[in-house]
Design a binder for this molecule. Structure first.
Ligand SMILES: O=C(O)CCC(=O)C(=O)O
Ligand SMILES: [Fe+2]
Length: 350
C-alpha cells in the first residue's frame, strides 16, 4: 500500500488501504465513511511508469516536484496581500501570514466568487471578493506561475506526449477556510468542453495540507464515470445552440456545472471510495479531464487555511478550449458561474 503520511489518531487497515474513523467530511459537511489513499509518485521513476500510472489511475500525485520554499513564499505573499491595504479579516490577528491561520469569522464571507457564493445566496461583492479578483493578476502570483510554468510544462509535455505544451492563462487560486463549504463533485471537461478532452490539470497545494486540511480528493476508478456523464450531457444537448452546448451552465447541467454538492452520496451511489492524501508544499497532482474530484471540508484543528492553485495545460498544436485564454475573474473572463443567468436562476437546485 501507499506509504502515505497519516495522522497518528487515524487507523489504517493495511490489507485494503482503507481508512476508518477519520471524521472526514465532504465539502457540504456530510461524513465521508470509506476513504482510501492516493498513490504517491516520485521524479526518479521512469516516464513510462509515470505515464502508465496516469493512464490507469486518471491522476498522478508527484511528490516534491516544485521548490518547497518558493511555494511557501507564495502562500505568505497571498495572505499578506489579503491582509494589507484592505484587510479581508481572513487571518487571525497577530499570526504569521506564512502559516495562514483562520480568524474564525463566518466562513460564508470567504467563499470564492462564482458558484459557491451563488449556492449560499451571496453575491460577488465585498472586500474579500475584490481582493480575490485582484490576487489573480497580482505580481506575486504572476511571478510564482512564471517560475512554476517551465518545469510543469516540460513534465506534462513529456507525460502526455504533447507536441507543443502550453499553460492556459486562466488559472485559479482557491482558499478553503476551516468549516466552510468546498468545491463540489465535478470533472474538469465540463468547464473545458469547447475543446477535445485532452487538457491536463495540475492542482498545487500552496502549503502542507494534511488529510483533514480540506485538500482535493479523487473518486477511485472514475474516468469512465466522467466519460459516461459527458456522453449523456452531449446527447441531451443536441438540440441546443453551439454556444449553449459548450457551456458548463446550460439547462441540462446542474447548478454551477457541478455533479453533486454531496460527495458522500455521490461516492455511495457509484460504489467508489474517495481517495485522499496528506499533501506537502512542493507536491503537484495532475489529473485527467474526466477524473471525478471534489474538495473535502477543512477540519484543521489548528485553523490552518487551505490555499491552492490549479493550472491547466493543453497541446497548443491541437484544438483546445480558447475560453481559457483569459485571466480568471477579470472582466474578459467568460467562465465565471455567477455571471451566467442560468446559474443564478437555479440557485439551490442541488
Ligand atoms: O481546489 C479545489 O477545491 C478544486 C480544484 C479543482 O477542481 C481542480 O484543480 O480541477
Ligand atoms: Fe476540477
Amino acid at each position: 500500500m501507499a506509504a502515505a503520511v497519516v495522522h497518528p489518531q487515524f487507523s489504517v487497515t493495511s490489507d485494503q488501504n482503507q481508512l476508518h474513523g477519520l471524521g472526514m467530511k465532504a465539502g457540504n459537511g456530510d461524513p465521508l465513511p470509506d476513504i482510501g489513499l492516493l498513490k504517491p509518485s516520485t521524479m526518479d521513476l521512469p516516464m513510462d511508469e509515470l505515464r502508465k500510472r496516469y493512464n490507469e489511475d486518471g491522476y498522478l500525485w508527484m511528490k516534491g516536484i516544485l521548490d518547497k520554499e518558493k511555494v511557501m513564499d507564495m502562500r505568505e505573499q497571498y495572505f499578506r496581500f489579503m491582509t494589507e491595504n484592505g484587510d479581508t479579516r481572513i487571518l487571525a490577528e497577530g499570526t504569521n501570514p506564512r502559516n495562514g491561520i483562520f480568524s474564525g469569522e463566518d466562513w460564508r464571507n470567504f467563499l470564492l466568487p462564482g458558484a459557491l457564493r451563488v449556492f449560499n445566496g451571496l453575491s460577488d461583492e465585498g472586500v474579500f471578493v475584490d481582493k480575490v479578483f485582484k490576487a489573480h493578476v497580482a505580481d506575486f502570483y504572476q511571478k510564482f506561475k512564471a517560475n512554476a510554468e517551465e518545469p510543469l510544462r516540460d513534465f506534462v509535455g513529456e507525460l502526455r506526449q504533447f507536441q507543443d505544451p502550453m499553460l492556459l492563462k486562466r488559472t485559479l487560486l482557491r482558499c478553503n477556510v476551516p468549516g466552510g463549504e468546498t468545491t463540489p463533485v465535478h470533472y474538469d471537461q465540463i468547464f473545458l468542453r469547447a475543446g477535445p478532452p485532452t487538457s491536463i490539470t495540475a492542482w498545487i497545494p500552496l502549503g502542507d495540507c494534511p488529510l483533514v486540511g480540506g485538500g482535493l480528493m479523487y473518486l477511485e476508478n472514475s474516468v469512465t464515470i466522467g466519460e459516461k456523464f459527458e456522453a449523456d450531457f452531449s446527447e441531451k444537448s443536441k438540440s441546443l445552440t453551439d454556444e449553449e452546448r459548450i457551456s458548463a451552465f446550460n439547462k441540462n447541467m446542474m447548478a454551477g456545472g457541478f455533479l453533486d454538492r454531496n460527495a458522500a452520496n455521490f461516492g455511495k451511489y457509484w460504489g467508489r471510495r474517495w481517495l485522499v492524501a496528506h499533501y506537502e508544499a512542493g507536491d503537484v497532482v495532475f489529473h485527467n479531464p474526466f477524473k471525478i474530484h471534489a474538495s473535502c471540508r477543512n477540519e484543521s484543528p489548528e485553523g490552518i487555511i487551505r490555499l491552492s492553485t490549479d493550472l491547466r495545460f493543453v497541446d497548443q498544436a491541437k484544438p483546445f478550449d480558447e475560453r481559457w485564454l483569459y485571466e480568471a475573474y477579470q472582466d474578459s473572463d467568460p467562465n465565471v458561474a455567477s455571471r451566467q443567468p442560468q446559474v443564478a436562476g437555479r440557485n439551490g437546485r442541488m
